[in-house]
Design a binder for this molecule. Sequence first.
Ligand SMILES: [Fe+2]
Ligand SMILES: [Fe+2]
Length: 482
Amino acid sequence: MNIAQVDYDGLIPNNVGLGQDVRVKHALEKWHPGYINWWNDMGPEGFQESLVYLRTAISVDPKGWAKFDYVRMPDYRWGVLLAPQMEGRKIPFGLHKGEDAWQEVPGEYRAMLRRLVVIQGDTEPASVEQQRYLGKTAPSLYDMRNLFQVNVEEGRHLWAMVYLLQKYFGTDGREEAEALLQRRSGHPDTPRMLGAFNEKTPDWLSFFMFTYFTDRDGKMQLEALAQSGFDPLSRTCRFMLTEEAHHMFVGETGVTRIIQRTCEAMKEAGISDPNEIEKVRKLGVIDLPTIQKKANMHFSLTLDLFGNEISTNAANAFHAGLKGRYREDRLKDDHQLESGTYPVLRLIDGKIQNQDAPALSALNMRLRDDYVVDCNVGVGRWNKVIAELGIPFEIKLPHVSFHRHIGEFASIKADVNGNLLSDAEWEKRRSEFLPSDSDREFIESLMQPQFEPNKFAGWIAPPRVGIDNKPGDFEYVKIADA
Ligand SMILES: [Fe+2]
Ligand SMILES: [Fe+2]
């Protein structure tokens, strides 16, 4: 079988020879109804019968891997797709550097590896749950389609992790696969595993910020896992990254289009001061300071996903060859990090300052630093749009100590520039930095559906090009009467 091609004959599309792997095939077929139940319960509400113009992977060849067609979401062909095996691949880092990559789980690392797969897996259905009501307030059919595309692909990412659990981790893998369908985002008793995945995504600005900032954490984690010495995990993550790129595109361009519309409306109305919030809001667009506050919130919540700056778990996973650094294969050092240091931003004697830590212990910090650099690229593009429309305003990422719940800065309060605040000052100034109830109410008031082809809600500009090069009036979703 050509590994690049996907076998669509059975219940579960795959390029892993599932037809010959009876045990795993049965396990996945047994898991399938529970997954469909989960999708029907927790997937996009109100649009399960609608025809959505979705891409489905037909190959894992980076060129031309997807085809587009109208699909009812419950009929989407979720499958198991791994990037092709690389002949003679070696473990690229850690204690076992240079040995042949593992095709089976190494016994001594089984628990650690399972934990990595489960944590990644848990984030995938969580975001679908967080976004399940957004279809009803979509600002256009184009945006609605993009939301649903992200949702079905997060569903597929869950399949990707569940395949690894079912194939390589026996009974406990099966139990973990089941548990992934049981937890619920934001549930008081059975929440998802990580904080940011239990927050609400109440409006479309939040959705775009989430896909920009939080899906980008996904990218960083997948890049680090794509380096893994456990080859099936590496191959799985490499293909997931192909899909992930679209999610961040949705986020970046979504925020860009909101900013563009705001600045255009301000220009038309002759408002040049971005802080004239009430005047700007009267135009029916979202003022730039509120967009900044949403960015502050989603960025800071996402930073928590990187865990403690100094971490023995991260050190162990690297040492074992299970989780590498961002683009490990492009780094030029010994890839073992037994010696050497990395500067870590810490709270020392009440001041935020850099302190060198052993490089192996500082891997979470390092991945987070790489993440911040990556985030800033798109922020620069947002600012270009604002500058081109002549509004004196710049979106800035807040300081990493701002609004944190995990790690070095969880115990302190800081403003967006990293100045320490007393609890009382923080309470007083909180709504300067984060969306207030009235900000949220205003945004909510704008969330009116626009379901006519070629039309867009007044607070967001149309995209420059359509999906799959479709023209502006293309009907991306054919909404079925509920
Ligand atoms: Fe994902
Ligand atoms: Fe994603």
